[in-house]
Structure formats: structure tokens, C-alpha cells
Design a protein around this ligand. Structure first.
Ligand code: SF4
Length: 352
């Protein structure tokens, strides 16, 4: 028997999952349902090694096919470097074909380690760190209780890169609502241009029905954005990103409306802007129709031109009208409801 956590990045779908800590040590971000209702704890090195041994026995018949591992849960870099090295070395000993070992980490933990720590971890076999930036706006990070500042993110991110480890930053369009949208896009672009991570992963904001952010909506502090407003925000962000060798990912997350906006900023930025503009130039009804299609079938990626087909519009317009008649913002609320199904469930009914 061995322990595994429930969360890993989509890019680690085929990785061996090795749980080195349990849950999230911060767990206060207002937008994140992932670990709510759980308690953080560290695991001992011996315990983790015994899990790795058990997995090696279980996977023995096809162990040669396992080439990557992911260290769980939300912030493995909280562990001392010596412990992480021992765990990574044990993974490589028991799974000899593993060449990629990656993990999640918070900016607070990233900045506590030195460049030499990252060089040591890289030499042991840690190849990539995934970290949640969410936004470059200090005001927005404070509003959603991220617990990290843009300065923390710069310090930690640049050290990871200097240590030779690939860096993957997650950002969340829509998180600032209408009020902070422009600042969110511009400050996030500025921070990404400073850190220049290898990967930028877009995670469009969706509100969980139990989220404390609902109270902020009632109080008028947070005004949720519609899909087309979020696309406009992403357009502003992309336009302000340097043409650097960073991969801008929308295609690995189905809450991103335009998953086809995906590519290297140094070679594909113009094509990505073109796609964003193609959506933004649609009529209001065509945008709604595209949103309805995509949100109803998130695993499919529809070309934007699909809503220029009169037959498609003939089928979708009556549905949109029906939703609009449900009341003010009826269509928008239906779409937000569909999006919320794609979020992880908190393990509590009392998410504060
Ligand atoms: S976003 Fe990350 S740091 Fe924040 S509560 Fe969720 S797992 Fe923890």
C-alpha cells in the first residue's frame, strides 16, 4: 500500500505520483477549493521511500515504461533540500527509466531556497517546478489572500531558473473581476516578462458555488466577468508579453475558452493574437453561441468559424434566448454554473 494525493498538473497525467507532503500548508487562497477542509502535514523520508518501494513492486511488470514522476501535494519545496534529494535519488534507483521529476511549490518556499539548493536538486534529478503566480498585481494577490507578493515570485522564480530547473508559472485570467481586469493583465505581463518562465499555463477563473468570493460578489467588491470579457483580458495580457522563448499554454486546461491559443511567444504570438481577435470580432450572439458550444462540450475544441454557419446559429439562438429569459444575467449565470462543474470539490461544507 502507498499514499497518493488527488491533485497533479494535467501535464503529469502519466507520471508516477509520489506524495512527499499532504495537502497545502497555506490553504487560504479564496479562489482555490482543492485542499479546503484538509490539514497539511509533512511525511518522513523513510515513509516516502517505503511508498516508492511498494510502487516499484506493484509496477514491476511495466516499470521500464515509467519515465516521469511528480512529487505531491501543493508545496514539496517546503522540505529540506537533503530530504528531497534522498527521495529523488530513491525514485531514480527504483525506477531506472525515470528522466523527468517535477513538483508544485509556493513562491514562499521557492524564495527560501538558494541557487545552490536548486543546482543540487537539478543534479539529483528534479527537472521542473510548477508554481501558482495567478497574477502580477499586488492588490489582486492581497484581495484573494494568495500569501505571496510579486517580489516573492521574482526572487523564487529567478533562483529556480538560475539553478537550471525548468519553471512553469500558472496564471488566472478573470480573477480580478471587472474592476481589476486591466491591472491584472498588465501587471501579470510585467511580472512574466521579468521572470521569463519556460512555461506559462493559463487557468481561467471559475467560481466554486461554496467559495467565500460569493460574499464579495454580494458586497459589490468582486464583479465576475463573462467569457468574452476574459478573452479580452487575455488579449491584453498576450499583447503585453515579450516575444520570449516561453510556451503559453491554453490547450492543457478545458476551462480556457480558446484552448487553441497555445504556442511559443517568440514564434506564435501573432497567431495567438489573431485567434483572440477572431473571437472578439464576432457579434454578441455569435460569442454567446461559441461560449455555449464550448462550455457544454469542454473536451472538444471548436473552431471559431463554427458560429459563422447559419445552421449552427439557427440551432443555438433559441437556447440562448431561453437562458436569457431566466432573469437578469441568465445566460452568464448558466455558463458560470457549467464552468463550476470542472472545479475540484472542497472536502468541507464550511469553506470560509
Ligand atoms: S492555490 Fe495553491 S497555495 Fe493557494 S490554497 Fe490552493 S493549493 Fe494552496
Amino acid at each position: 500500500m502507498y499514499e497518493q494525493g488527488v491533485i497533479r498538473p494535467p501535464s503529469e497525467a502519466s507520471s508516477l505520483l509520489v506524495r512527499v507532503t499532504r495537502n497545502c500548508p497555506w490553504n487560504r487562497c479564496l479562489f482555490c477549493p482543492a485542499y479546503k477542509g484538509t490539514t497539511f502535514s509533512k511525511r518522513g523520508v523513510e515513509e516516502v521511500m517505503s511508498d516508492i518501494d511498494a510502487m516499484a513492486e506493484d509496477y514491476a511488470p511495466h516499470i521500464q515504461m515509467i519515465t516521469s514522476a511528480f512529487l505531491q501535494d501543493a508545496d514539496s519545496l517546503l522540505l529540506p533540500t537533503t530530504e528531497l534529494v534522498a527521495i529523488i535519488e530513491h525514485i531514480k534507483k527504483r525506477f531506472p527509466n525515470i528522466t523527468n521529476i517535477t513538483t508544485y511549490a509556493r513562491a514562499q518556499s521557492l524564495k527560501r531556497k538558494s541557487v545552490d539548493d536548486y543546482k543540487t536538486l537539478k543534479e539529483a534529478g528534479l527537472t521542473r517546478i510548477h508554481t501558482g503566480m495567478e497574477s502580477g498585481s499586488a492588490a489582486l494577490l492581497q484581495m484573494v489572500r494568495k500569501g505571496s507578493t510579486p517580489e516573492d515570485m521574482i526572487t523564487g522564480g529567478l533562483r529556480v531558473k538560475e539553478g537550471g530547473i525548468s519553471l512553469s508559472e500558472y496564471i488566472m485570467p478573470g480573477l480580478g473581476g471587472r474592476t481589476l481586469s486591466t491591472e491584472h493583465a498588465l501587471e501579470t505581463a510585467k511580472l512574466l516578462n521579468t521572470i521569463r518562465p519556460d512555461h506559462i499555463r493559463v487557468r481561467t477563473f471559475a467560481m466554486h458555488p461554496q467559495s467565500p468570493m460569493l460574499k464579495m460578489v454580494e458586497e459589490g467588491v468582486f464583479v465576475p466577468m463573462s467569457d468574452d470579457e476574459i478573452v479580452a483580458e487575455i488579449r491584453l495580457l498576450v499583447a503585453n508579453l515579450d516575444e520570449m522563448h516561453s510556451y503559453f499554454h491554453c490547450g492543457d486546461f478545458s476551462l480556457n475558452l480558446l484552448m487553441q491559443v497555445d504556442g511559443y511567444l517568440d514564434t506564435d504570438k501573432a497567431a495567438m493574437l489573431h485567434e483572440l481577435d477572431a473571437f472578439l470580432s464576432l457579434t454578441k450572439e455569435q460569442k454567446q453561441a461559441y461560449t455555449l458550444l464550448q462550455r457544454s462540450n469542454p473536451s472538444l475544441q471548436h473552431p471559431i468559424n463554427v458560429v459563422k454557419d447559419p445552421k449552427v446559429m439557427e440551432q443555438l439562438l433559441p437556447e440562448i434566448e431561453k437562458l436569457e429569459k431566466r432573469g437578469a444575467d441568465g445566460f452568464k449565470q448558466y455558463i458560470q454554473h457549467l464552468m463550476s462543474y470542472q472545479l475540484p470539490q472542497p472536502q468541507t461544507d464550511n469553506w470560509q
